[in-house]
Design a protein around this ligand. Structure first.
Ligand SMILES: Cc1ncc(C[n+]2csc(CCOP(=O)(O)OP(=O)(O)O)c2C)c(N)n1
Ligand SMILES: [Mg+2]
Length: 363
């Protein structure tokens, strides 16, 4: 028996959008935003810079300089919009693809590259940037973010946490458990799901029969779908969700509807499981092009500005590449250093065993 595809379906999902793919500004009754020309130029610069770093990282991996890279191509607006909505006191919990959010939190891109080069064991101090370490275990950071938010609540602090995860992650137990905890404790946390339509080779249809943002209502908190390729809308929606969380109104789920333009990681070949037409359709919704078109049309920037941003991005690419290649190899035993806060006999034994193994090479 085949399932009735319409079962469980409701009205078509509403997409919050403030800037169309053609670069036309549109109004929204609940989520408007008033940005100065300077702020818009800043957002555009962010988008271009993170795309350039990403491109350089893919090239470095292809040249054997990184073990792996997870590209953010296509997801720049979702990450810059939400990342720029954060205040300094807010805490962000990323997956492994949040290079744009890392940029907004002031993490040096070279530290990201070091992680994927295997020469650092994290790359930055989460407390210094209020940006947690990258998390590869799908969905587990949602629990960390809710725990952190409950801490904020108990401290009475003026802050919120935000957690990034993918469409595939919504099928994980951890994510569903974190929804329950956030809901019943009214925790100041924003769940920011980048629905990039794919979880490696698994399409969205394998994760949910309903739009992902509607999951929230079953847990007892609001959910919205925003155009994830619209940096204005992502900024407006995330800003509101964070403000609500900070003022005691509890969690919110934001589904940023976007597309993973590249491979899952550099180890993946998407031509094996998706058609080229899909990619072509999403290219027309490019997150950078629409801002550029809007700026041109409204004389927010001239050719000189765009050329200067491109030149700055190229310089950043060169600088990141140079400093990546200069990163020192780590001391091999350093991997045992921060497993626990205090010394542990098992770790000591493993360290000693590995040291003996390494000595074998010097003979
Ligand atoms: C608990 C767990 N299961 C499986 C994996 C392997 N894995 C790595 S990425 C990934 C897909 C995640 O897809 P999604 O949540 O949509 O995020 P995206 O990569 O698209 O950003 C899987 C299954 C993992 N890292 N952790
Ligand atoms: Mg995905």
């Amino acid at each position: 028996m085949t399932a009735d595809a319409s079962r469980g379906a409701e009205a078509p999902p509403e997409l919050i959008q403030l800037l169309t793919p053609e670069g036309e500004r549109v109004e929204h009754p609940d989520y408007d935003i008033d940005l100065t020309p300077e702020e818009i130029r800043g957002l555009y610069r962010d988008l271009v810079m993170v795309r350039r770093v990403d491109l350089e990282a893919v090239a470095l991996q292809r040249q054997g300089e990184l073990g792996l890279w997870a590209s953010l191509l296509g997801q720049e607006a979702a990450q810059i919009g939400s990342g720029r909505a954060l205040t300094e006191a807010d805490m962000a919990f990323p997956t492994y693809r949040e290079h744009g959010v890392a940029w907004c939190r002031g993490v040096d891109p070279v530290n990201l590259l070091g992680l994927f080069r295997g020469v650092n064991h994290g790359g930055w101090d989460p407390a210094e940037h209020n940006f947690h370490l990258y998390t590869i275990v799908i969905g587990s950071q949602t629990l960390h973010a809710v725990g952190y938010a409950m801490g904020i609540q108990r401290d009475g602090a003026e802050a919120a946490s935000i957690v990034y995860f993918g469409d595939g992650a919504t099928s994980q137990g951890d994510v569903n458990e974190s929804f329950i905890w956030a809901s019943v404790f009214n925790a100041p946390v924003v769940f920011f799901c980048q629905n990039n339509q794919w979880a490696i080779s698994e399409p969205l249809e394998k994760q949910s029969r309903i739009p992902l943002y509607r999951r929230a209502s079953g847990f007892g908190f609001p959910g919205v779908r925003v155009d994830g390729n619209d940096v204005f809308a992502c900024l407006a929606v995330t800003r509101k969700a964070l403000a609500d969380a900070r003022s005691g109104q509890g969690p919110m789920l934001i589904e940023a509807f976007t597309y993973r333009m590249g491979a899952h990681t550099t180890s993946d070949d998407p031509t094996r499981y998706r058609v080229a037409a899909e990619l072509e359709a999403w290219k027309l919704k490019d997150p950078i092009e629409r801002v550029r078109a809007y700026m041109f049309k409204n004389q927010i920037a001239d050719q000189e500005f765009f050329d200067a941003v491109d030149a700055e991005a190229d310089e950043l690419g060169r600088d990141v590449r140079k400093r990546c290649l200069e990163l020192p190899d780590p001391e091999p035993l350093a991997i045992f250093d921060n497993v626990y806060a205090e010394r542990h006999s098992l770790i000591d034994a493993e360290r000693a065993e590995f040291a003996t193994y390494l000595e074998g090479f010097e003979a």
